[in-house]
Design a protein. Structure first.
Length: 214
């Protein structure tokens, strides 16, 4: 991603959590629990949160896998990672790590994670970046490991739908609208048992699949 976009997100990190709560109507953080539960992780497992932002999902994952597990939050924005670090330090999560990097070029060994999550960020990647990121996720997952991808659902009411399209215009990639309506197709042949469902808030949808073995 461009340096201008990185600067934007470094600044956006200052109000990110507040804006996301307003947009998703998820005051109690039920979406984080929802995506964490669907990762199918066990205590002691290793998990990666792509485009982790301020680390809200990654922190939830860290608590879920316990002290014998390991969680990594990856993001290209240093500002976002600083906010995530504050959350981790504040909750004394010693098995929680943050990495500045690109989702389409993951700096991890093959088959090193039991589960991968990405919440409300994949649509911002360009089509080729998303394709590369899917390949990378499949590479770093163990056989049978689950990739959980949560994205915005198109609001039914007129005014929220207008703001939804404004956000897509300014933050999404050129084909973001098509991706959000046909998101399950991006899993391609890398994953099996692909499932799609709405979130408890009704404002987001979750797509997940398991890496093919062999």
């Amino acid at each position: 991603m461009s340096s201008l976009r990185r600067i934007y997100y470094d600044l956006f990190s200052l109000v990110y959590d507040f804006i996301i709560r307003l947009h998703s109507r998820d005051v109690e953080g039920s979406l984080r629990g929802f995506i964490t539960e669907k990762t199918n992780l066990l205590k002691g497992d290793r998990a990666l949160d792509l485009c982790t932002g301020t680390g809200s999902v990654a922190v939830k994952l860290a608590k879920y896998v316990g002290e014998n597990g390991l969680v990594v939050g990856l993001d290209f924005s240093r500002g976002m990672l600083e906010k995530a670090k504050q959350k981790a330090v504040g909750q004394d999560l010693k098995h929680f790590y943050l990495v500045q990097g690109n989702a389409s070029r993951l700096p991890f060994r093959s088959a090193s994670f039991h589960g991968v999550t990405c919440s409300h960020a994949f649509y911002e990647l360009k089509e080729v970046e998303r394709s590369n990121a899917i390949d990378e996720v499949a590479r770093i997952l163990i056989d049978g490991g689950r990739f959980c991808l949560m994205e915005h659902a198109k609001p039914e009411k007129l005014v929220p739908r207008l703001f939804f399209y404004v956000r897509l215009f300014f933050l999404g990639s050129r084909d973001a609208r098509k991706f959000l309506s046909e998101g399950n197709t991006i899993f391609g042949k890398r994953f099996k048992n692909i499932t799609k469902m709405m979130s408890p808030t009704g404002q987001s949808k979750l797509i997940y699949g398991e890496k093919w073995g062999g």
